[in-house]
Ligand binder design. Structure first.
Ligand SMILES: NC(=O)c1ccc[n+]([C@@H]2O[C@H](COP(=O)([O-])OP(=O)(O)OC[C@H]3O[C@@H](n4cnc5c(N)ncnc54)[C@H](OP(=O)(O)O)[C@@H]3O)[C@@H](O)[C@H]2O)c1
Length: 264
């Protein structure tokens, strides 16, 4: 698809991976990007300013993707303002960090918190955007996780939500065909605030260094590596219902891999 002149919504677009995707869309010539946030208004404003500097209309929009009515309002606001919608990137995500063995900690509230954003939130936005995306012959990208494919990640519920998101991707690819393509990316560890905010800089640095040593390509993904994959899938006109893992090759090895590369 042609991104020049496109109008996009990126959920969680003000920080981390969402910010990098928004910037790449602007660099590709998008006319406007709706930078969605639920709490991080200042980050969203900063990202919108970056987009404006790139010649793209960066518009911030507060919306909790867990609330269907707010998602519908966001899509309506974007299409009213710009007359079309070409791209939806369902990037907003949340988690609770709970060791896998602590089953009693996986309360109904934990399930609700995670599923309502990571899975139902993506559905809310996709359902609301579907008719406008169809008119524009647009595309959806869902940001899943390696936790969809491996029993790993911040909690069991997080992994289940992302596995659900991959399956939602396939089903929406059928539901919205032939006009709209729907694909997902599954990043491994990405150097963002995600883990750093919870465990601090020292733990995050140690984790990133360890992962880099055990990654065939020798480095941990940056948000921009994930954005490259998102833009790549947006450009593939006959690919739908697919997932692209972005982890430097970690998942292709079976069993505990020996360190691939020494990282200073
Ligand atoms: N970092 C990793 O290692 C990694 C690996 C695999 C997959 N991912 C996925 O990548 C995506 C982005 O994560 P990130 O690493 O870039 O971390 P991040 O910067 O913390 O991004 C999460 C984004 O989701 C938004 N968000 C959370 N709840 C929301 C809600 N209810 N409504 C709207 N927006 C909401 C946040 O905005 P507010 O602060 O405004 O709520 C934030 O912008 C997530 O889906 C995550 O699961 C990350």
């Amino acid at each position: 698809m042609q991104l020049k002149g496109a109008v996009a919504i990126v959920t969680g677009g003000g920080t981390g991976i969402g910010r990098a995707v928004s910037v790449r869309l602007a660099q590709a010539g998008a006319r406007a990007v709706y930078v969605n946030y639920s709490r991080s208004g200042e980050d969203a404003e900063a990202t919108a300013r970056e987009l404006i500097d790139l010649g793209c209309e960066g518009v911030t929009h507060r919306c909790d993707v867990a609330v269907d009515a707010e998602c519908r309002e966001m899509v309506a606001a974007a299409t009213k303002r710009f007359g079309r919608l070409d791209v939806l990137v369902n990037n907003a995500g949340t988690t609770h960090h709970i060791p896998h063995r602590e089953l009693e900690s996986l309360t109904d509230q934990v399930w609700e918190d995670i599923i309502s954003v990571n899975l139902r939130g993506a559905f809310h936005c996709s359902r609301a955007a579907g008719p406008e995306l169809k008119k524009a012959r647009g595309a959806i990208i869902n940001v899943a996780s390696i936790a969809a494919w491996r029993a790993s990640g911040s909690s069991i519920v997080y992994g289940v939500s992302k596995a659900g998101l991959v399956q939602l991707t396939r089903n929406l690819a059928i539901a919205l065909a032939p006009e709209v393509r729907v694909n997902s990316v599954s990043p491994g560890l990405v150097a963002t605030r995600w883990f750093r905010q919870k465990y601090g800089d020292e733990a995050a640095d140690a984790q990133e260094q360890f992962m880099a040593q055990h990654t065939p390509l020798g480095e941990v993904a940056t948000p921009d590596h994930v954005a490259q994959a998102v833009l790549g899938l947006l450009g593939m006109d006959l690919v739908t219902g697919e997932n692209l893992i972005v982890d430097g090759g970690v998942h292709i090895a079976y069993g505990p891999a020996a360190p691939q590369r020494k990282v200073d």
